[in-house]
Design a protein around this ligand. Structure first.
Ligand SMILES: *Cc1c(COP(=O)(O)O)cnc(C)c1O
Length: 402
């Protein structure tokens, strides 16, 4: 990789922590045993390592180790949780509540269930990305079996009022599934005080290996049951058969133990860098923040540079900084960031949005440099832009940029 390239897309994925790598490596070579083959010591070593990792993941989120199953990632965890509840509790009802700003792993699973006869309520958010708790509570019907709302949004960093959601769910006897993939390692999570019943997390977002995730499944008050997802050898309590990915699991355990020990330090580092980043970005004319910045992850900033084509800015900066752009549409969806659109922003504003996410390797110098790259790129784009000229001369329709 180009050494001057500044990576600021840690919400997309993270590099493996050196300590995590060292913990995982022996399980690919010397201790390669199958965790289910425990008639000889190689298998037992693997099984023990998985047990330790399960304990580390559990401790990091306030759960018991018996409440954690390992999966291939947060996408799979979201699928198991939502589909598993839908199947198990369908005798009670077929109504699920989620929100328009959720990750596709949740939305597309809900969409699929809708086609199978389930009824889904997609809660709207305000322009800041906040959900309305009164509307959430009023949406609950006797047929509601699940509330699926994320801990913190991957694009805006906006944090949902998880404890309040948990209380509402409990009051009405509805299961609360929380996709905490972005929150883990950035803010403190406790499934007990947050009253979460099911929770998805991913290893590659917390400086561990790709291809591993976990699902927390509450065992008491109430005991939550999900239907099996993969059939086979009966691994992971029969919910998710398949030989365990021991190196990935060990890496996730180590990453969680680092979070348990270092979260406070990580948070204060992020907060300092984010404050600096935001202050500097806001000196670029017509920069606006997307999402409720007062209730957001300490590492995430989402801004739009108004009256400027997002694609042109992206082209100007993308060889120097790694960021996520609201204009980088997915192949099948020729629309900018669905999250910003769902929050009620215009296509122009969504297409001119950038998510900048700080990580453990980010330095103050990188923040300074990244803002300079943006500043230079944006002024070049604006110098050649008829939209910017129109805006300056009062001819641009400002409503188009709300
Ligand atoms: C990354 C992410 C996922 C998907 O995680 P994978 O482990 O890559 O499948 C799900 N939800 C959120 C909020 C994410 O940020």
């Amino acid at each position: 990789m180009n050494t001057s390239f500044i990576y600021l897309d840690y919400n997309a994925t993270t590099p493996c922590d050196e300590r995590v790598l060292q913990a995982a490596l022996p399980y690919m070579t010397e201790f390669f045993g199958n965790a289910a083959s425990n008639t000889y010591s190689l298998g037992t070593y693997a099984a023990n390592a998985v047990k330790i990792a399960r304990g580390e993941v559990a401790k990091c989120i306030g759960a018991d180790e018996s409440e954690v199953i390992f999966t291939s990632g947060a996408t799979e965890s979201c699928n198991i949780a939502i589909r598993g509840v839908a199947e198990t509790y369908q005798h009670k009802g077929k109504h699920i509540i989620t929100a328009v700003t959720e990750h596709k792993a949740v939305l597309d699973t809900c969409n699929a269930l809708e086609k199978e006869g389930y009824q889904i309520t997609y809660l709207a958010t305000d322009q800041q990305g906040n959900i309305n708790l009164d509307i959430l509570e009023k949406s609950i019907t006797p047929a509601t079996i699940l509330i699926a709302l994320m801990y913190a949004n991957n694009e805006t960093g906006v944090i949902h009022p998880v404890q309040s959601i948990g209380k509402i769910a409990k009051k009405h006897g509805v299961i609360f599934f929380c996709d905490a993939t972005q929150a883990l390692g950035k803010i403190a999570i406790d499934v007990v005080t947050d009253e979460i019943d099911l929770m998805a997390v991913s290893a590659h977002k917390i400086y561990a290996l790709k291809g591993t995730g976990a699902l927390y499944i509450r065992r008491k008050q109430p005991r939550v049951t999900v239907a099996p997802f993969l059939f086979g050898g009966g691994h992971e309590k029969g919910l998710r058969s398949g030989t365990l990915n021991v190196p990935g699991i060990v890496s996730m355990g180590k990453a969680c133990s680092i979070i348990t020990a270092e979260l406070i330090d990580i948070q204060s580092k992020y907060t300092i860098l984010k404050t600096k980043l935001l202050q500097q970005l806001l000196t670029i004319p017509q920069t606006v923040v997307n999402g409720n910045i007062d209730v957001s992850l300490p590492n995430t900033v989402n801004v739009s540079f108004l009256y400027t084509e997002g694609k042109a800015i992206l082209a100007a900066v993308k060889d120097k900084i790694g960021i996520s752009a609201g204009s980088a549409c997915t192949a099948h969806l020729n629309k900018p960031s669905y999250v910003l659109l769902a929050m009620g922003h215009s296509e122009n504003r969504a297409a001119a949005s950038f998510r900048i996410s700080i990580g453990r390797n980010t330095t103050e110098a990188q923040i300074d440099e990244a803002v300079n790259i943006f500043r230079k790129g944006i002024s070049e784009v604006r110098a050649a832009s008829y939209i910017w000229k129109n805006y300056q001369e009062g001819r641009e329709n400002l409503q188009h940029w709300k």
